[in-house]
Design a protein around this ligand. Structure first.
Ligand SMILES: Cc1ncc(COP(=O)(O)O)c(C=O)c1O
Length: 374
């Protein structure tokens, strides 16, 4: 059987990881400034994570959501404390798209409306509603084209007020920091105006923190730099450090109805073991503080390199925009300098390292990047 060929692949077979390093099947070491697409939060194969998952696997790998799973509550308690959202409710699912799909459903059940506002350059996943609110028609199949979505320019406060005042908008969905769109930041003022406009028009505000959340920005959620509190927050990627898991933080204004939302795998025992281990390590090793500190250093050093057009981002979510296409630079970084990075579109290199990247590792990256770029 052949694999369904939807991914363009690099000719590298990664078989081992430790911290911010990975190794291929020939024993070559790579520096990981990509984190498997922002997924690796606490570093590859962290000993506490390995131990928690191994121990859990020896006890119980899975049982369904029809029985009590005390690990879900333990996780919710730790998550509430570290995120400052202790007064919200937690619903666990399996992927970023699934979290957004559920957030949009919940919003529509809540106010009985259909129209959704999303933003230019947005990415929210590839399932039907998540793809429809993504600003790329290539991901939307004809059967979900009918979903009523209006795209507005990011940071255009007037456009938000004009659309929401029509009174028919179910929800606004926005990323804490746009990832796939090239590390574009909603301004603090925009977040605040958006929150006000949603309040005034009974519109649900959904913050997609799938990529920008979980400490990546230097705060637990990127929107927390603005001080606003959304109605629903979605999170995934860093939550399980590679174990497939995602979740929604849900304001208490939403009523939980038995059977309305559900999932077979969401919040299973192994996933909870992974997620609890991740939060333990983020706290113990002060990884949010590290992300803020090392990320600020990286940003400043990159901005000082001549011929860089712009550096954007917060913490360990950095976009380097160049005047030239970045494909060749990224390829050289990987094959010659043994550094994994990401891209956005054609002109932006995206750095999404594990939150534990050290200053020394940042310096190694900077040396290698300068060698390729100059
Ligand atoms: C902001 C954002 N939302 C949603 C998703 C979709 O997540 P998943 O691929 O886990 O469905 C992504 C994935 O890159 C993302 O960056």
């Amino acid at each position: 059987m052949e694999l369904f060929n939807v991914y363009p692949l690099f000719e590298v077979n990664i078989v081992k990881g430790k911290g911010c390093r990975v190794w291929d099947d020939k024993g070559t070491e790579y520096l990981d400034l990509y984190g498997g697409h922002a997924v690796i939060s606490i570093g590859h194969s962290h000993p506490h994570y390995v131990e928690m998952l191994t121990r859990q696997l020896h006890k119980l790998g899975f049982y369904s959501n029809s029985v009590i799973n005390k690990m879900q509550q333990e996780f919710a308690d730790k998550l509430g404390a570290i995120s400052d959202y202790d007064d919200y409710n937690l619903f666990l699912v399996n992927s970023g798209a699934e979290a957004n799909e559920n957030a949009l459903k919940l919003a529509s059940f809540y106010n009985n409306r259909k129209r959704v506002i999303a933003f230019s350059k947005s990415f929210h996943g590839r399932t039907s509603a998540a793809a429809r609110v993504t600003d790329n028609p290539m991901y939307t199949a004809p059967f979900s084209e009918g979903l009523d979505v209006t795209f507005l320019t990011l940071n255009d406060v007037d456009a938000v007020h004009a659309e929401l005042s029509k009174g028919d908008v179910c929800a606004v969905i926005i990323e804490g920091i746009q990832g796939v769109g090239g590390i574009q930041l909603p301004t603090i003022e925009f977040f605040r105006q958006l929150r006000n406009a949603c309040n005034q028009n009974d519109t649900v505000l959904i913050l997609d923190e799938v990529q920008s959340g979980y400490g990546r920005s230097g705060r637990f959620f990127a929107h927390q730099y603005s001080g606003i509190r959304p109605d629903i927050i979605t999170m995934a990627k860093g939550i399980g450090n590679g174990f497939p898991m995602s979740g929604l933080l849900i304001n208490s204004m939403f009523e939980a109805v038995h059977g309305q939302l559900g999932t077979t795998f969401g919040g299973n025992h192994l996933a909870c073991a992974a997620a609890i281990a991740v939060l333990d390590v983020i706290k113990e090793e002060a990884l949010m503080e590290n992300a803020a500190q090392v990320g600020a250093y990286l940003k400043a050093e990159i901005a000082a390199i001549p011929k860089i057009k712009e550096v954007r981002g917060r913490g360990m979510m950095i976009g380097i925009e160049l005047d030239q296409p970045v494909k060749e630079i990224r390829t050289k970084l990987l094959y010659k300098e043994k550094v994994f990075t990401g891209v956005s579109g054609t002109h932006v290199i995206r750095l999404l390292p594990p939150l534990c990247l050290s200053m020394d590792e940042a310096d190694i990256f900077l040396d290698r990047f300068k060698r390729v770029f100059n």
